[in-house]
Design a protein around this ligand. Structure first.
Ligand code: AMP
Length: 292
């Protein structure tokens, strides 16, 4: 297959076109998977498309930089936009259709409806560091789910809190879709792939993987019996020493409820959000107590 043939994935921009294509698939008895993205696709996204393709006959990839999930001083304008490359990557990883709506399609004139998940799952981590972020995420994801009505939708554990917020929302609103998590895809040196890694300078990039390495080391130390707070203090010192900037959070939390934990007595996740230069990096990893 030549490059030009491979690049030709179907792209639709309106909800009407999207629904028409999906109706055709449904008439043929085909199942549908959805992977919502903000584009600037990388191997992490592509691993989600491949997973979706294993679970459904047709995979819809949405590419939409959602303004409502960015804070006023965040990178909405600077966020990378690369639709042509994205279409190629979506096609190569098994997707059937790219849905790339304009802001006016997702937020029609006069729109006045928001979806707000509340409670302990949002009152921590990125929910505190980025006020309103999850309201924007829940709003756009609920719209996408209602537009596509997929059998399954896939979300990466890279944004673990987001996955939990969406599970909560889908349960509470009884949206008939299966939500699946996908493991974090990393560079060979450990750095979690992210569209925002493109902001890193060469020297920042060379050190950025130390976030994962120090989280991993802290995880090993906690499993080996080190006090949780001592392990977290060690990571914080290490990050400062390695040239990282502001730490938004560095916490051990329950893998299900996201309740904070000061000792490892049940499955947990270690969460971090930290700046490298102007780039905000997030990462997390599972830590499961060893069976006694
Ligand atoms: P984004 O385009 O950053 O909104 O991400 C779209 C989806 O891809 C979300 O469900 C993310 O969690 C997921 N994702 C982004 N980076 C990774 C990664 N490195 N590994 C796995 N999933 C990822």
């Amino acid at each position: 297959m030549g490059l030009s043939a491979a690049r030709k994935i179907e792209v639709v921009t309106t909800v009407a076109e999207l629904r028409a294509r999906i109706a055709e698939w449904r008439a043929e008895g085909l199942t549908v998977g959805l992977v919502p993205t903000m584009g600037a696709l990388h191997e992490g996204h592509m691993s989600l498309f491949r997973q979706a393709k294993m679970m459904a006959d047709k995979v819809v990839v949405s590419v939409f930089v959602n303004p409502t999930q960015f804070g006023p001083n965040e990178d909405f304008d600077a966020y990378p936009r690369k639709l042509e490359e994205d279409c190629f990557k979506a096609k190569m990883a098994g997707a059937s259709l790219v849905f790339a709506p304009a802001v006016e399609d997702m937020y029609p004139k006069g729109n006045a409806t928001l979806v707000d998940v509340t409670g302990p799952i949002v009152d921590c981590l990125c929910g505190l560091a980025r006020p309103g972020h999850f309201r924007g995420v829940a709003t756009v994801v609920s719209k996408l789910l209602l537009m596509v009505l997929p059998d399954v939708a896939i979300f990466g554990e890279k944004d673990y809190q987001q996955l939990m917020v969406i599970r909560r929302m889908v349960t509470d609103l009884a949206i008939p879709v299966r939500i699946e998590g996908a493991p974090i895809h990393r560079e060979v040196d450990g750095l979690a792939l992210s569209s925002r890694n493109a902001y890193l300078s060469d020297s920042e990039r060379a050190n950025a993987n130390r976030l994962y390495k120090s989280l991993w080391q802290a995880g090993q130390d906690i499993l080996g019996g080190k006090r949780v707070q001592d392990a977290l203090d060690w990571v914080a010192d290490e990050l400062v020493r390695l040239g990282f900037g502001r730490i938004d959070y560095l916490e051990l939390r329950d893998a299900e409820t996201l309740a904070e934990m000061d000792r490892l007595d049940r499955p947990a996740r270690l969460f971090a959000a930290v700046f490298m230069g102007k780039t905000r990096l997030i990462d997390n990893l599972p830590i499961e107590p060893r069976p006694q």
